[in-house]
Write a protein that binds this ligand. Sequence first.
Ligand code: OOG
Ligand code: MG
Length: 267
Amino acid sequence: MRMNVTLSREDIVRLCERVEGAQTRAYAIPKLTDEYPGMTMGDGYAVQSELRRRFLAQGHRLVGWKAGLTSKAKMQQMGVSVPSIGFLTDRMARPENSAISTADLVHPRVECEVAFVMKKTLRGPNCTRDEVLAATDYVLPAVEVIDSRFSGFKFDLESVVADNGSSARFVGGGRARYVEELDLRTLGVVMEKNGEIVTMGASAAVLGHPAEAIAMLVNILADLGEELPAGSFVMSGGITEAVAVKPGDSIVARFQELGSVSMRFVE
Ligand code: OOG
Ligand code: MG
């Protein structure tokens, strides 16, 4: 896959400023394709790369990447059928069991994901699941707090890629485990909101095996001229559909073999 960029540099910067404003001041904007119907996925990644460049210039630290729309549940929920990637910075990380503010978010949702921490750098193209497993230091359970900046949480692939895959916050926790000790396809996960089960699934929902999503991510990075460095924290994508949260909600994500990850949401 080659990234086909059709927008001018001016348009990319303009769209990036629009997305950055919506992200940092937490307001909803119309999806970008309303104004640019011819926008390609390559254009979306060009806007995302410009956003990453700006955040890093402002002193944010790149800590890893995320795969998104890697399970049927997520694809159906969002009406998009192609996986995507986004970047993660230190400003998005929140500790386990913490109170997460919603005042700086538009309409947050939470989803359960298997996260990988890499011990070797990976480069695409043609990265495989086995290469990912060999390069993985350990896996741990994570909850991603996504927050589309698009009105009504409605978007298409081009727009969501430009909005960095709805990345907002993430919480890693539970028990770190070596991949050789687990069958990464059959991990059950249950999400509880305010003590009630709201969704559940199994890790094979993510492209048959979550490491497959990391390989896909490495191959998209190659298309962008990037690699996945050793030490990266990488999320493989929501196993179940995402669940809306508001102030007062508490979330516990229980993962078979990996322990649980908890957080609560405040104003
Ligand atoms: C896009 C982000 C998808 C996942 O895990 O599938 C994602 C969205 O649903 O807003 O993070
Ligand atoms: Mg996600």
